[in-house]
Design a protein. Structure first.
Length: 366
């Protein structure tokens, strides 16, 4: 076992034991409040560019298995834990967390007071951080961080390079990949959909040539304003066929409709986020992972209706377009990890497609 240090941009230092890869890492430090689901979190493309602190004190106790990945190649930049389990116990476990992180060249640090670290992030907001060896001078590392900007091309890093098809006999869905979790694909395959996954920069014209019945805008990392080409594409596609946006896709629908987005102080990351539907007055517990949110005040000059809000801080969690068949949620209805309270939103999307096609046929026979 070797020693590592986690250095924050403000000069705070945490010394702990290294595990996983021994390479140095630089990114944005965030925290996740989930009690389980570390494999899904680590493999979630939305964490591209970030070092994740797990608030649950023991991570790795059920190992790593072949079934719970959200992408093949994780883009997370580091893992910070209070304690990592070296000897997992679970019938599905195939390797340890340490072995997995080594194989994927992801650095980890354990023995950190994650409670203190989380309080710092909550008080001061997310900030730059480095996981490195203990022999690096802190003053030098802080200077490097202050001079080095965080990446702004995260979507480009994690989006598919070429289109591909997941065959099915049901509705034809074009899924624009901004950093898609496999959980979204699983929900569509459960419903026998024929899914064509396309890169984030695919033009509206190319998508229309695929003759989709509906368009899905996936989750993804970073600032939605860093992908202006996607905003233009969404603006052109809305009104053609039903559109459903999740997480980053939700923010892109807002921007394409004239609303604005803002960076949050420390974001929402975890599987215990309560969301209220203001139309039905019902509350669901949701899985979330985002550092940006739609500015509610900016909705006033748009054709978007606010449908859901966070019960923790009142931020925008759901939107629906008043005239075009488009709706979105800030959270993850596919969970992975987290509760599946809102998985029926995929059924709502397919119902919208059915109704849209029915209305089109009726109009043609008038």
């Amino acid at each position: 076992m070797y020693m590592k240090q986690l250095v924050l941009e403000d000069g705070t230092v945490f010394v702990g034991k290294g595990f996983g890869s021994d390479r140095e890492s630089f990114g944005e430090i965030v925290f996740n409040t989930g009690m389980t689901g570390y494999q899904e979190v680590i493999s979630d493309p939305s964490y591209c560019g970030q070092i994740v602190t797990f608030t649950y004190p023991l991570v790795g106790n059920y190992g790593i298995n072949r079934d719970d990945f959200e992408t093949v190649n994780p883009a997370i930049l580091g893992v910070v834990v209070k304690e990592h389990c070296e000897h997992p116990s679970n019938f599905r476990s195939e390797e340890t967390l340490d072995e997995f992180l080594q194989a994927k060249r992801i650095p980890g640090i354990s023995g950190v007071d994650t409670r203190k670290l989380t309080k710092i992030i909550r008080k001061h907001g997310t900030m730059k951080a480095m996981i490195t060896s203990v022999d690096r001078p802190v003053e030098q590392l802080v200077s490097i961080m202050k001079e080095t900007p965080l990446a702004t091309d995260q979507v480009k890093q994690v989006s598919t390079v070429k289109p591909y098809v997941v065959p099915g006999r049901g509705y034809r869905i074009v899924l624009i990949d901004f950093g898609m979790k496999h959980g979204i694909l699983r929900e569509f395959t459960k419903r026998s959909c024929h899914v064509t996954v396309v890169p984030y920069h695919t033009s509206a014209e190319e998508i229309e040539r695929l003759r989709p019945d509906g368009i899905m805008l996936s989750n993804g990392p970073g600032d939605p304003k860093d992908v202006p080409e996607a905003i233009q594409t969404v603006r052109k596609l809305m009104g053609r066929v039903p559109v459903f946006g999740i997480c980053l896709g939700h923010q892109l629908i807002a921007l394409a409709s004239g609303a604005d987005t803002v960076k949050m102080k420390f974001g929402h990351r975890g599987g215990n986020q309560p969301v209220k539907d203001i139309r039905t007055n019902k509350t669901a517990i949701t899985s979330q992972n985002h550092g940006y949110a739609v500015d509610e005040e900016s909705l006033q000059s748009t054709s978007l209706s606010l449908t859901q809000i966070s019960l923790n801080d009142g931020t925008v969690e759901g939107l629906e377009h008043k005239t075009q068949n488009a709706f979105s949620v800030q959270y993850h209805p596919e969970s992975s990890p987290g509760p599946d309270d809102t998985a029926a939103l995929f059924d709502e999307f397919l119902t919208r497609i059915t109704q849209s096609q029915k209305e089109t046929k009726e109009a043609l026979h008038v």
